[in-house]
Design a protein around this ligand. Structure first.
Ligand code: DX5
Ligand code: ZN
Length: 226
């Protein structure tokens, strides 16, 4: 038995004008988590949503809101997102070398689950101390595209990172994000990922429920083999 499978549609690919009904639809289609991409232009060349949108959404759903912070100052977002009702808070290692212990502590105090993300250029070893810490992150998000936009091509060379992590931390939540869909899931599943973010492949499909179920099946089958 591996770590629990979580399929997390990325709401970045949803119709933002109808976010509440889009989230409801995804839960009905079998999503476990809803992946919320919080981007600010200083970290990525895009700008999306922040705590006010999470707060409005929380009034409409009980779902697990898996927030991915693509910002240069994650600590400033901890309190607003906690108050807004975020569930998971995943910050980037590249911008938290000095204060990750404090960030993790504040995330937990705010009742959220801490995670750390890394960009394609960042070595996986950089997150090991955060997983091994006495107050650890509970999820590692391995970016499989350059952060910033949906609809990019999956980078298979990132699977080395996932394999190394899985070997070292058998029950850790390992999330992959970027370019995941029916044609790439088997690589991520075989490497040991158990939390799967998928934006364009889910929202771009005529049958999102089928895509979600295919993703889940692939991870479950890989876990049975390993
Ligand atoms: C990219 C975001 C992703 C993105 C994934 O920076 O972190 O969550 O929405 O979208 P797809 O699945 O289309 O690559
Ligand atoms: Zn993301």
């Amino acid at each position: 038995m591996g770590a629990a499978v979580k399929i997390a549609p990325s709401m970045l690919s949803s119709d933002f004008a109808n976010l509440a009904s889009e989230t409801e639809r995804m839960i009905q289609f079998g999503a476990d988590w809803l992946h919320m991409d919080i981007m600010h232009r200083h970290f990525v060349p895009n700008l999306t949503i922040g705590a006010p949108v999470i707060e409005s959404l929380r009034k409409n759903t009980k779902a697990y809101l898996d927030c991915h912070l693509m910002v240069t100052n994650p600590i400033d977002y901890v309190e607003p997102l906690s108050k807004a009702g975020a569930s998971g808070f995943t910050f980037h290692v590249e911008v938290s070398k000095e204060n990750w212990k404090e960030i993790i502590q504040r995330i937990k105090l705010g009742g959220m689950r801490p995670g750390v993300a890394l960009k394609p250029q960042t070595a996986i070893e950089e997150v090991f101390p955060m997983v091994e810490s006495e107050n650890p992150v509970e999820l590692v998000l391995v970016m499989t595209v350059e952060p910033g936009f949906g609809g990019q091509k999956f980078m298979p060379e990132m699977m080395d990172k996932v394999r190394k992590l899985r070997r070292k931390f058998p029950s850790l939540d390992i999330e992959v994000d970027g370019g995941l869909g029916p044609s790439t899931i088997d690589m991520a599943a075989a490497a040991g990922a158990n939390c799967i973010v998928a934006g364009s492949s889910v929202f771009g499909s005529a049958d999102p429920a089928q895509v979600i179920s295919e993703l889940r099946k692939s991870v479950q089958e890989a876990q049975e083999i390993n």
